[in-house]
Design a protein around this ligand. Structure first.
Ligand code: SF4
Ligand code: SF4
Length: 348
């Protein structure tokens, strides 16, 4: 696909998903089918499968998610979803096999219901609490700053205000803007209004464009890619794989321009993964001990984050006792948090 085709596909599949979330299954399915006509992506097939299941067509959903699996055979949630669609068709034998495949890729799928429930509770409890946090997991190679494709296709764009601050920074450091930033002319590309904030579309070299960071040359590689964390709802991060390349501003696992102009690049602030989110929550609650992070492998931190998520989501924020108290009983919450801390310490 060319860049304009990739943007058209992104517009169609994200609009389709939005309509489905709003309950307009018929139109959402049409847009997802159009997205697939433009580019055969696993996430559009997966979206179509979800919509078909919601429309009562479980057999169609199995067919669609099977296409997603064919395109991306390493994504455990696709097998898990196929197991659910098969169970809805009364094929518990095949459903069990599919669940087994998801667990073989990621053993956490053996308790995926507890994980997604806890993730929902914790995301809701901390919604809007962190304003553009800086992830405390300093030992992470910053998977979230690696991208399979050009960064604007993943939604990373530089607004006018950040661009001015960066230009000042480049002048001070003697850096050449053209080595670090790219521009994509948006005139005539369908859906740019809904894909990009109007503040991010500006004249660049005389043409209405979006501006984005370039990527460095080297790929993440298979060794590091084994420990890519999950997203905040325990879904695979689809913009990262072993071929993903780092943003040109990533230096030693940190963003070199995070504080330039006082604020991060707006679009980057939404990239906190599950591991980063849980450790940010622990830091916010005053429960994080920095020594837990020193020298720990990402595989261990990813798993510890899931355990801590289940403890916090299940024992504290999802506690029936706490939910029953209105207004929330702060003394009880503190007691539950103290008990949770005792369990979390034992994870490290
Ligand atoms: S948000 Fe996740 S991927 Fe990004 S640096 Fe933190 S732990 Fe690593
Ligand atoms: S601008 Fe900074 S935070 Fe955003 S992707 Fe690049 S290195 Fe990461």
């Amino acid at each position: 696909m060319t860049d304009p085709e990739k943007l058209a596909e992104k517009y169609l599949h994200s609009m389709g998903e939005r309509l489905i979330d709003e309950g307009d299954l018929e139109e959402g399915i049409v847009l997802l089918q159009k997205a697939i006509d433009v580019g055969d992506t696993p996430y559009a097939w997966r979206g179509l499968a979800r919509a078909l299941e919601m429309a009562g067509d479980s057999a169609g959903a199995v067919g669609a998610v099977s296409r997603a699996i064919k395109a991306a055979p390493g994504i455990p949630e696709y097998y898990y979803e196929r197991s659910q669609f098969l169970a809805a068709l009364g094929r518990d034998d095949l459903a069990g096999e599919e669940l087994g495949k998801a667990i073989a890729i990621d053993p956490n799928y053996a308790r995926i219901d507890a994980i997604t429930r806890a993730a929902g509770i914790l995301n809701e409890a901390f919604e809007g609490v962190f304003d553009k946090p800086s992830c405390p997991v300093a030992s992470c190679p910053a998977y979230c700053c690696h991208f399979k494709d050009r960064m604007f296709l993943h939604g990373v764009t530089i607004g006018a205000w950040k661009l001015n601050a960066l230009r000042e920074y480049f002048r001070e450091k003697g850096l050449n803007e053209k080595d670090l930033l790219g521009a994509f002319p948006v005139a005539g590309t369908e859906g740019t209004d809904s894909l990009f904030s109007p503040h991010d579309i500006m004249k660049y070299d005389g043409t209405a464009s979006i501006v984005f960071p370039r990527r460095k040359g080297h790929a993440l590689g298979a060794d590091l890619a084994r420990d890519i964390p999950k997203g905040r709802r325990y879904l695979s991060l689809m913009w990262i794989d072993d071929a993903a390349r780092p943003c040109c501003f990533l230096e030693d696992g940190r963003c070199s321009v995070y504080r330039v102009g006082g604020e991060p690049v707006e679009s980057c602030s939404s990239f906190l993964c599950m591991t980063g989110f849980v450790f940010t929550v622990l830091e916010h609650l005053g429960m994080l001990k920095k020594e837990w992070l020193d020298g720990a492998s990402m595989a261990h931190l990813n798993q510890a984050a899931v355990e801590a998520l289940i403890i916090l989501g299940g024992d504290v924020y999802g506690s029936e006792e706490l939910e029953a108290s209105d207004p929330p009983d702060e003394g009880l919450k503190k007691k539950l948090l103290d008990q949770a801390q005792g369990k979390i310490i034992r994870l490290f």
